[in-house]
Design a binder for this molecule. Structure first.
Ligand code: GLA
Length: 393
């Protein structure tokens, strides 16, 4: 009896081992096979998306909820390459600028859909000091440093882990930026969690820890075109920015240090206003940005998660709301787009065919003491929370 029991147990053990191997095999399936994670309310599919020029494999994850929203995220740059949102008739269409293939993302792309770091936006003259030590960064935007440098977080391959729960489909992206990478001090471990909820909301949680004092300012650089038609511009979108003040800039788009009221200026978006209404106004700041390319100081969102901005496309009825706990938002109207990049649908991305709402700390904070600090010390955790919510009206 005992021996029968023992051999039975042995067989159960063997079977378990075999199943275990099979499960492992699943993980190592040929790269083109889809891998699915799903719950009743969301699912994620993984597929191969190509290779970087230096041979790193890039995957694409498709996050889906039961309403029908789909978001494609690739591990290169954490880039959102496709994002479908419903119009007032329930038709889901792609509303973000990007490309269908990986190669199109190499070289000369203005940060379409990407995660931006270690420092989103500009640092004057590519220089800053911490505790008396000066650090030199790339001057990749005229005389200034922009969006993390030559090879910012938008151009690296992130590790990814997918999880589907009833709360949503989550993709956890991690990247370790070495001490000295792009000139920044400290080894920085970064974690970004994208969660697509059942409510057509993409929740983004950013976290980072360092082993030396450094500066961090992370953001997401999606260009939205709520019409779902990339041949159209965004000038008829009605934008609201929950901000009574903005940061005027110098000719190199570095904040002058002044915090200026928006009242009575083309920068007043406290009530929804068509982007095109004053974009060509005879205003020195508008001219400097070639349109809107400025940082607005949000009313009360600093550390207090709340509504920062919205964009509404009247014809389709699509409404995008942006919530954050960051103190500021860069509103950029795609002024530098010039039709030289081909769109996903066969046309080109023309001037102002997309708008960006980049939640963040103020540009050039490492050099401007009066601005909220972007310094991160060892033992502290950088944390930033933003969500993009779609609905119709
Ligand atoms: C940011 C900047 C803009 C521009 C774009 C990318 O939004 O503020 O000036 O550099 O990125 O083209």
């Amino acid at each position: 009896m005992k021996t029968i029991k023992a051999s039975l147990l042995f067989f159960v053990f063997l079977a378990a081992l075999l199943i275990g191997c099979k499960e492992n095999k699943k993980e190592n399936q040929p790269e083109n096979d889809m891998v699915k994670t799903e719950s009743a309310k969301s699912h994620i599919e993984k597929s191969a998306f190509g290779e970087t020029p230096d041979g790193q494999k890039v995957d694409k994850y498709t996050l889906t909820n039961t309403k029908g929203m789909e978001i494609d995220v690739i591990t290169y740059g954490g880039i959102i390459t496709r994002w479908t949102a419903p119009d007032k008739n329930g038709n889901y269409e792609d509303v973000v600028l990007g490309f269908n293939d990986l190669d199109s993302y190499f070289g000369g792309v203005p940060y379409f859909g990407a995660l931006i770091g270690r420092y989103g936006n500009r640092i004057a003259k590519g220089q800053f000091s911490i505790d008396g030590e000066t650090y030199t960064l790339a001057k990749n935007d005229g005389q200034n440093h922009l969006h993390g440098g030559q090879k910012g977080f938008d151009k690296v391959v992130w590790a990814a882990e997918a999880e589907s729960t009833d709360d949503g489909a989550s993709l956890v992206l991690t990247y370790t930026s070495a001490d000295g990478e792009e000139g920044y001090p400290g080894k920085l471990d970064v974690k970004v969690t994208y969660t697509l909820t059942g409510d057509n909301e993409l929740d983004i949680q950013y976290e980072a820890v360092t082993d030396k004092p450094t500066v961090v300012n992370l953001t997401q650089h999606s260009y939205f075109n709520l019409s779902g038609d990339f041949s159209k511009d965004i000038l008829d979108n009605e934008v609201m920015l929950n901000a009574s003040a903005y940061l005027p800039v110098d000719a190199g788009l570095i904040p002058t240090g002044e915090i200026r009221s928006v009242e009575g200026t083309p920068f007043d978006f406290t009530e929804p206003k068509a982007v095109g209404e004053e974009i060509n106004a005879d205003n020195e700041q508008i001219k400097r940005g070639g349109g809107y390319d400025h940082c607005w100081v949000l009313n009360g969102t600093d550390k207090n998660f709340g509504l920062a901005a919205s964009a509404y496309h009247p014809e389709s009825g699509r409404l995008l709301e942006v919530y954050t706990d960051e103190p500021a938002i860069q509103f950029y109207t795609g002024n530098f787009l010039d039709g030289s990049l081909s769109s996903k649908t066969g046309g080109v991305y023309g001037k102002r065919s997309g708008l960006c709402l980049e939640t963040q700390h103020y540009p050039d904070s490492p050099n401007q003491e009066a601005f909220p600090t972007t310094r991160l010390n060892p033992g502290e955790t950088y944390s930033s929370h933003t969500s993009f919510k779609f609905s119709t009206k």
